[in-house]
Ligand binder design. Structure first.
Ligand SMILES: [Zn+2]
Ligand SMILES: [Zn+2]
Length: 373
């Protein structure tokens, strides 16, 4: 890589629950065939980054983290070194300077890639922000000036009208919701959708449910300013989690003729929300679970699944097609939804700990890290 910088500024997770350290770290001086180096314009903090900051991922995720690591997996950047890559995953030509988002690399030669056709479950998936910064290619996470894009990653060019920070959020939060809606299948008129959580997953779920033909959308969450965004993004009713649990369930029952919601979407990440979601969904309904990536466990009565004939649908991450559709959703609905309402604040990389604290304390919906002067 001619004239390539040898180092860049990055945030490092050195020990769980300790503030990220912002330091100069090495950049890869060799780009493998099929890999790229991207200079980030925007990175955003995902709810799962909060879990990843506090604890190693649960064993069920199949992800091994090697500290110290550049964490984070939501980012949008411009191609700094194209390597041998010439096209994105849709065959569109790429050049250095193009804006891009990318999916984890999958192997394309395992049972889940080829037979089950569920690449989001590929056990050989190469995740971002999990390998040690000491090891080549050093910068694989989002919270750095540059990020290395592995060979085999899905690559999607960002449409001009999609802002940097929107595209960054599309690279996890929104693509996860797009993938979950693919797992859910069609909303059938006149289905009522209840969404648990008013963070990024919950709010994007509200917007997508509203655009996917839900007869009514009920958003359950907090704080009040997020519920206000939910109403602007298509929620017909909002219920604060300050309302105690039995009354919340009763309110949903009242709004659904005593039945419960046809579809409930779990986007809160709180393990206790799972129990409540099973109460909120009507008999014979569908429960779409997206946010449960933390280590919390709950007491659950499996007879409820049988007694209500529930379809419980888990959804993990997304495939490159979901990244593309997420960008299309932003592009096609930019006049309809004020997407900027999700991103009230910008932070410099050096202030990333403030951004984490602001998200943890629910003062910020989705903090955005920006680079440059
Ligand atoms: Zn994420
Ligand atoms: Zn595979």
């Amino acid at each position: 890589m001619p004239n390539a910088p040898r180092t860049c500024l990055a945030a490092l997770l050195k020990a769980y629950r300790e503030p990220l350290a912002v330091e100069e770290v090495p950049l890869p001086q060799e780009i493998e065939p099929g890999a790229m180096l991207v200079k980030n314009d925007a990175s955003s903090i995902c709810g799962s980054d909060m879990h990843a900051w506090e604890n190693p991922p649960p064993a069920s995720m199949g992800i091994a983290v090697a500290l110290p690591v550049v964490p984070g997996h939501e980012m949008m950047g411009r191609i700094a070194d194209l390597g041998t890559v010439r096209h994105d995953s849709l065959g569109r030509p790429l050049k250095e300077g193009d804006r891009i988002i990318w999916s984890p690399g999958v192997c394309g030669r395992c049972f889940w890639c080829t037979v089950a056709r569920r690449p989001s479950l590929c056990p050989n998936r190469r995740y971002f922000g999990v390998s040690s910064v000491r090891d080549y290619p050093h910068v694989t996470g989002a919270f750095a000036e540059y990020t290395y894009v592995f060979p085999g990653c899905g690559l999607v060019k960002v449409p001009d009208a999609v802002k940097d920070h929107w595209a960054s959020a599309a690279s996890c939060a929104l693509r996860s919701v797009v993938h979950a809606f693919e797992r859910l299948g069609t909303l059938r008129e006149p289905e009522i959708v209840a969404v648990q959580g008013a963070g990024p997953i919950g709010l994007f779920s509200v917007a997508m449910a509203a655009r996917s033909g839900a007869a009514q959308v009920i958003a359950i969450g907090a704080p009040a300013d997020r519920l206000e965004v939910a109403r602007k993004w298509g929620a017909d009713y909002t219920i604060s989690i300050d309302v105690p649990h039995p009354q919340r369930v009763e309110q949903v029952k009242e709004l659904t003729g005593g039945l419960g919601a046809d579809v409930v979407i779990e986007g809160s990440g709180a393990s206790t929300a799972f129990i409540e979601g099973v109460e909120l969904v009507r008999r014979g309904g569908r429960y779409l679970v997206i946010g449960q990536v933390g280590p919390g466990s709950v007491n659950f009565l499996p007879a409820n699944v049988v007694g209500k004939e529930l379809d419980i649908i888990g959804s993990l991450s997304g495939n490159v097609s979901d990244y593309y559709k997420a960008l299309c959703f932003l592009d096609n609905n930019r006049e309809r939804f004020d997407f900027d309402a999700m991103f009230p604040n910008r932070y410099k990389l050096r202030d990333i700990h403030c951004a984490f604290v602001a998200m943890h304390e629910l003062r910020d919906i989705k903090p955005v890290i920006t680079y440059g002067t």
